[in-house]
Design a protein. Sequence first.
Length: 505
Amino acid sequence: MISDVLIIGAGGAGLSAAIAAKEEGLHVRVLTKEYPTRSQTCMAQGGINAALGNHGEDSVDAHIANTLKSAHGEADENAVTFMCEEAPSAIAWLDSIGVPFSRTPEGKIAQRTLGGASAARACYAQDYTGLKILHTLYDKALSLGVEMVADKFLLELLKNSDDAVCGAKVLDIRTGELQTYFAKSVILASGGYSRIYGHYSTNSKTSTGDGIAVAMGVGAKLKGMEFVQFHPTGLKKSSILISESARGEGGYVLNSKGERFTNELAPRDELSRAIDAEIKKGEDVFIDIRHLGEQFIDENLPQERKLAKLYENVDPVSELIPIKPVAHYTMGGIEVDNKSKTSVEGLFACGECANHRVHGANRLGGNSLLEIVVFGKEAGKSAAKRAKELPMLNTSIEEQSHIIEELDSWSNEISFYEVQKNLAELFYTKVGIVRRKSELLEVQQELEKIQSQLPQMGVTDTNRVYNTNLIEFLEFCNMLQVAQSVVTSALQREQSCGAHFVVGE
């Protein structure tokens, strides 16, 4: 099966790339682990940044300055400038293809202030912004004839005799068959790796860093893997996200004494540390939106009310919402240039699996949706350009064994589910909001031990049809690889920087 451009991942970045490549007149195929409209993009609720000035004075320069400040010196100014300058056009494009943005009484796109922003810059669709963007992109891609293929689990990228990526080997989740897809250009848009923190993450169970782990296998360079953003306001029991829109619309952060102990619109790294410190004092921490009133909440924050009632059994119209900081977004990923090219020929990357050097050590709220649209489209254009310039695809590959082909000889003495649960606890407490070198070394040793024990884990279900046990084991193996990279990077960076906050030894 050969296509011009093969995209792995169908979130906002993958779909933006697919649309851009398809508009170049090429055959574009998208492979995805789950159904596209369930992608992680739908969890980005608060808004997408663009200096439109629909709610007061704003400028592209201010957007650039806010982004660079939040990044703590770890972002590339040229990349940030490009993203922020493209933002108004990105919003106009999304508007033109049907994203149902909320509107002002004058009919302009509504905007709200998110943490770290100097103006009301985040364009939103109630508190369902990511979901609305994702569904609209999906509809647009289908209307253009982009081929969508779901239930495919990425096993490895294929390199040809020219040492260029020329396709991918996947596991068909429905049948258990191994399949090979070839393409002139391959784009990874497979998402981040926050699920290494297990249930201490706002992300879906599929955010297991698959693309990053597989890219490592073909020699792609990674950058900034130590930078994991903790969202200040996950629900206390479930870690379900309470969007930054709740604070952007005027919500308070309170402790058990009813005190507002921090700036609610501080950058996420600062606010997460403030809440974490309060919890370590023995305080409970809450979001308070009662003063906004029921009508306002139902019109602008309907999802937050629904989530609080469903997962915490509290109605924010009259009650406080209990919260804790949880892993939310991974700034690190596959290193790419300003054309979304990786260090490996034929391979491109965009979205949360990539590091476009625009978030640095701490992502500014509202910039994730912007990044996936701006750089997703750039990835699509770049991959299309290469595909057009490549006269013939070299598909001479050297077959390599994969862990899936070794599983029959592995035992099941150790439950990888238990190991994964324990690893998540370890990461949350020792590779989390506050870090110590001694604890990072402890986690590194534990990871080495787990790696050596892998052949004693394996899977218990030998059926290949919709074998969730097998898929979860493969995800665990990917998370293990990514976790090792996170800890190694954290140990190499001895000084605190944004989301990587080090205290003592």
